[in-house]
Write a protein that binds this ligand. Structure first.
Ligand code: GLY
Length: 431
């Protein structure tokens, strides 16, 4: 089979790596890819914005692509799966209606409220209701803060603000409705209670009829150790999660994920692709924080190296609605993924800084280096974004995986490289 991957991050490099190991693959392509992906796939620099879908279609037809795997949320929300499927192509990912689960926070929150899926209580406002939103905020009790304000639409992970008091919430509201900081995405907002607890990511493969959960992972969203500083796209992850017992796991599945999947079916939305549930656990009870309509980044980088199956037939089964007979098999080994980010991230990102040490670590046993923001400049691999590299180590224990990971990182360098030192530290002593 000829397979095309759409996207350019660590998630897509990991998917490309996993797909490249399939016995079914003849040729692997990526749009647009990055310097790491280009070592295993032919990359073509086409944008995946909506106005370029026709160029992607042309590429698929010219290169005899049998399966397209869409990584990022934006083309999914823009309907790339519907567009290419209507032309007769096999595409992994949800259609536009289903992708609303990530593309509209209002849609998802209302779905949860209508189907009794546990989540934070929320109110909804649109731009024309600014006065109503101000009055609502003024009526809140200071002792009940923090509150969270979210843009309805996609905002590259920046559309969520946690406000510690009324003043901060009013100022956040201004940034949506007056300053238009989030454009159209922020014209509708959700204001919800803040739930404190620990987060887990459960990614499920769906074929429209059934879903199969992947092993759990945990993501580190804050830039600094100890969960301090600004939110990022994700600074690290690990898998599996030893502290989630069967009772809690069943609650996540039966109170949140399955009711959502079934609620979508009731609405005649057959969800195919990855349904990613971002869960927060408070006092042993799970609540839905958000859904994503795609593989998580950097969760994918921790999860897929532990998957024993050939991934290609599994992806095809998702698209064709034939997941029923699939059984996923997992390595007992543990993975730890640490993101190496550029100086100034998440506010800024870097371009053109030479990355050293990649060749030395390339052949290291139990280590995978998945590229995110990198590009090839006259034969040298240089930075090209905020989250530059994902170093993944796999070992019998989390402790060994952490040691292997941080020893590997010592060999890699680029100007202003920053990373967290506490990824998987909380599970280091578990087996
Ligand atoms: N790890 C967070 C995300 O993929 O959105």
């Amino acid at each position: 089979m000829n397979i095309l991957i759409i996207g350019s991050g660590g998630r897509e490099h990991c998917l490309a790596w996993k797909i490249s190991r399939s016995r079914l693959v003849d040729k692997l392509f990526a749009i647009p890819g990055n310097a790491g992906i280009s070592q295993i796939a032919r990359c073509e620099n086409i944008s995946y914005s909506k106005e370029n879908f026709k160029d992607i279609l042309q590429f698929i037809e010219k290169n005899g692509i049998d399966l397209t795997v869409v990584g990022p949320e934006a083309p999914l929300v823009d309907g790339i799966v519907d567009y290419l499927s209507k032309k007769g192509h096999l595409v992994f990912g949800p259609g536009q209606m289903a992708a609303q689960i990530e593309g509209s926070k209002v849609f998802t929150k209302k779905l949860c409220m209508n189907y009794n899926i546990p989540t934070a209580k929320a109110e909804f406002f649109n731009k024309s209701e600014s006065d109503k939103a101000v009055a609502y905020i003024k009526g809140l009790k200071e002792r009940e803060f923090p509150y969270v304000i979210k843009a309805d639409g996609l905002a590259s992970g920046k559309g969520v603000i946690i406000a510690q008091n009324k003043e901060e919430l009013l100022s956040a509201l201004n940034s949506f409705f007056i300053e238009n900081k989030f454009g159209k995405s922020g014209e509708n907002i959700v204001i919800e209670e803040f739930i404190s607890g620990f987060e887990v990511s459960l990614l499920c493969l769906c074929d429209g009829k059934i879903l199969i959960p992947l092993d759990l992972a945990q993501d580190y969203k804050k830039i600094f150790d100890g969960d301090n500083g600004k939110n990022t796209g994700g600074m690290g992850s690990y898998s599996p999660l030893p502290f989630i017992d069967e009772i809690l796991y069943e609650k996540i599945l039966n109170k949140i994920v399955l009711p959502t999947f079934n609620a979508l079916k009731t609405k005649k939305i057959d969800y195919k692709g990855v349904l990613y549930a971002g869960i927060i656990v408070k006092e042993n009870e799970p609540y839905l924080l958000e859904y994503n309509c795609r593989f998580g980044d950097p969760e994918t980088q921790a999860v897929l190296p532990r998957l024993k199956n050939d991934i290609v037939p599994v992806l095809v089964d998702c698209v064709k609605g034939s997941l029923k007979s699939t059984k996923l098999k997992w390595d007992d080994e543990k993975t730890v993924c640490v993101v190496l980010a550029s100086k100034g991230y998440p506010e800024t990102s870097s371009k053109g800084d030479i990355i050293s040490g990649l060749e030395e670590v390339a052949s290291q046993k139990g280590v995978f280096v998945f590229h995110g923001g990198t590009e090839n400049e006259e034969g040298k691999i240089v930075t090209n974004g905020g989250r530059v590299l994902n170093v993944v180590a796999k070992a019998d224990t989390f402790k060994e995986a952490r040691i292997l990971n941080y020893e590997t990182i010592k060999k890699i360098n680029f100007n202003g490289m920053q990373f967290r030192k506490d990824i998987a530290l909380r599970v280091e002593e578990t087996l």
